[in-house]
Design a protein. Sequence first.
Length: 531
Amino acid sequence: MPSMSDRVISIATQYPHEIALSINDQHFTYEWFIRAITKAKQKCLGLGLRSGDRVALVLPNISECVILFYALNALGITVVMLHPLSSGKTLKERCGFLSCDAVFILDLLEKRYEKHLDEFKTIVISASDSVKGPLALGLKLKQAFSSSKAHRWDKVQPDFKLYEPSSQRDAVILFSSGSSGKQKAIRLSDDALNALVDQMETVINPERGIDSMFCVLPFFHGFGLGISMHTVLTLGGRCILVPRLTKDTIIKTFLREKPTYIAAVPYLLKVFLSDARFTSADLSYVKQVFVGGESVSLSLIHEFNKVLEKQGSKAKVQVGYGCTETVTAVTLMPTTDSGQTGVGIPFKGNSIKILKEDGTFANENEPGEILISGPVLMNGYYDNDEENKRVMVQMDGVLAYRTGDIGHLDQQGILHFHHRLDDLIKVKGFLISPHIITNCLLQVNGIQEARVLVDEQDVLTAILTVKENSDLKTIQKETTQVLKELDGWCQPKQFYIIKAMPINEMRKIDMNGLRDGIKNRALQFLLEWSL
């Protein structure tokens, strides 16, 4: 079976003069891309890296990250994708846990990490590479630290010997988002990521020289790596790389490059909607908008669709559902159902079953745990046999993944997500499903996000964010009124309206951070009340 690099190089040879990567107002062709991958392979061999090794890329969305990803993959090396702003402690723990043979970091962060990476072969890449865009992959560092033992990428001598990699089972390792505090190292194969491409081809089929993806989702995220990067490059599209996730950079890059595809988490849609430069711009070039990663409110979808239509785009927000254990999305809502409840219909090759508590499969509209089978399943968690046995099960004679998510399938085969199995809240002996409460709260005009939790005093608490210029007292009154529809034990007694929800490294709402922020009064509170 072909590797990911095989697939990308194959398309690159067919369209050598089309643009593959754009960054900082510079554009690089597929022909350049192939040469850059070849040179990176030679340098990696010069470093002594070989098939079967594990190498961590601790890099933002820059061209060097993409080039190294495919170069390492071509050599049969497992690529470990890590957040470039991870703490030194986290980086050391993860690289140590995976026994990484080498770590690539950015020069701007070298000082931050140098005391934590002494035991690893560390290669430093200059941030200036992606600013000036040389054909060579390394330039002089703006700043070097004489005490560092790291290798300088621009000084690495290439090895020009022919090298045939052995087949590797684990092509990539990603870490789960950890929004509930538990993170796992997820092993993904070439076949899984290539299968995703084949499934997405029915949705994304780039027109050469025209279509492009706004790569704002980080590549250590399955959504960003699998769809924004690998799918688009394998199908001959253009990746617009966004290395800095500041609001101003996101908006300016978007309006300058005019991408036809957007893949985002809800947080990023809010960033777009909060900026008048976006909401007043010509958006006629936008063809498709995909959103996933966590629950997205219907009000956010409707608001984004309204802006798209007003500004000339025919696109509609399409919600997907998936998890890192399946690379990324396994379902997608049709554009005709944009703004309706549901998280999509399975892509061809994927199958979804709903497992009831009694161990039988559910009928239409019956809730239960979501099970997924298909070619995009992970190989398993790294060094966690007990968890692998628990979540990887047989379903109608095929291997399936137990997601730990609760949902149901309707008559049209559309999947509906309810909540995480471990999100169930126990209050005074009653088990409460949080989505029942949040769905009720989101009916209130002006509420943008809603989360519920039980505080240290065993009080059911609702935390809300609101749309700009909303009347807080009106929201307070309407919130209290709408909750009367629920059973008494499902009605929150404490309420907080805050400026913004805390987010984790995957740009998802961080429930642990939210809980701590409430406890320690570390959030920006706009209004609070109790019943």
